[in-house]
Design a protein around this ligand. Structure first.
Ligand code: ARG
Length: 265
């Protein structure tokens, strides 16, 4: 801002030496303030936050974050007539990012829970799913009892973590991604892994020694935003209804499941 003011002042001095036009100077100062505000938060860009180790919802294609959630949020940005950008952070930082205003929309295969509803508003759900146990074929999962006292890998901050704490009644072994937990399972550092079914399926692809249980929970994914943004929430809900109805959502599920599976070949 100082720089802008200095430039303006310079021009004023050149045109009318000795006389500073105070009104123009004040207007320039106001304009500079507005410009600075824009630099901090560009109102014309929808900022998505995610955690991109969760195929097919979000994963990396080289350096680019792609997946079903990215397409959904891009469609929201389009409907708003805004630009779009997406960033990835650890999963337990995804919801805090919309609460603090660092991002506008959190989309990361986020399960709607009563606890999270205290901190954010959720859109209507866009998928019904759940979590499963990933086990070694040599040591099958036979029910919650078979998990007790064993080392159970989960991605930190997820509903799988809550499941271990509340349903199994013990501390899990936390990791930064479902794939990292599965690597620990293969290396013998944990005995079981719990994760959402779609990334779990991707993890066990081409792993004949690993298998998946039936669902151990029923969950639905929705987009989370900071509380008190009803206009944004409405556009998100309209977008979700549209992409469900016109087949775009189903097409993205198919496209990104196939792409993420190919990355495992
Ligand atoms: N659905 C689970 C939850 O909300 C796991 C989500 C993990 N998402 C991710 N992008 N890593 O806790």
């Amino acid at each position: 801002m100082m720089q802008l003011l200095t430039i303006f002042k310079g021009k004023t001095w050149r045109r009318a030496p000795g006389k500073v036009n105070m009104k123009k100077l004040m207007m320039a100062a106001a304009a500079a303030l507005v410009l600075c505000g824009c630099a901090q938060k560009d109102d014309n860009t929808l900022r998505m936050i995610t955690e991109a180790t969760f195929p097919p919802y979000e994963f990396l294609r080289g350096q680019e974050i792609v997946g079903i959630d990215v397409e959904i949020c891009r469609a929201v940005a389009q409907k708003l007539g805004q630009g779009f950008k997406c960033e990835t952070v650890d999963f337990d930082s995804v919801i805090p990012a919309v609460v603090s205003g660092k991002a506008d929309v959190a989309a990361a295969g986020i399960t709607v829970t009563e606890d999270r509803k205290k901190n954010v508003d959720f859109s209507i759900p866009y998928v019904t799913t759940g979590i499963v146990v990933i086990y070694k074929v040599a040591e099958p999962y036979t029910g919650v009892e078979s998990l007790k006292g064993r080392r159970i890998g989960v991605q930190a901050g997820t509903t799988s973590e809550t499941f271990v704490l509340e349903q199994v009644g013990q501390e899990p072994e936390r990791s930064r991604s479902p794939a990292e937990s599965v690597a620990a399972l293969k290396a013998g550092r944990v005995d079981f892994v719990i994760a959402d079914i779609d990334p779990a399926k991707n993890c066990v692809k081409n792993e004949p020694g690993l298998a998946l249980s039936d669902f151990v929970s029923s969950e639905s994914y929705a987009i989370a935003i900071r509380k008190g943004r009803p206009e944004l929430l409405q556009v998100i809900n309209e977008t979700i209804a549209e992409i469900k109805a016109d087949g775009r959502l189903a097409a993205w599920v198919e496209q990104y499941t196939a792409e993420a599976d190919r990355l495992k070949d």
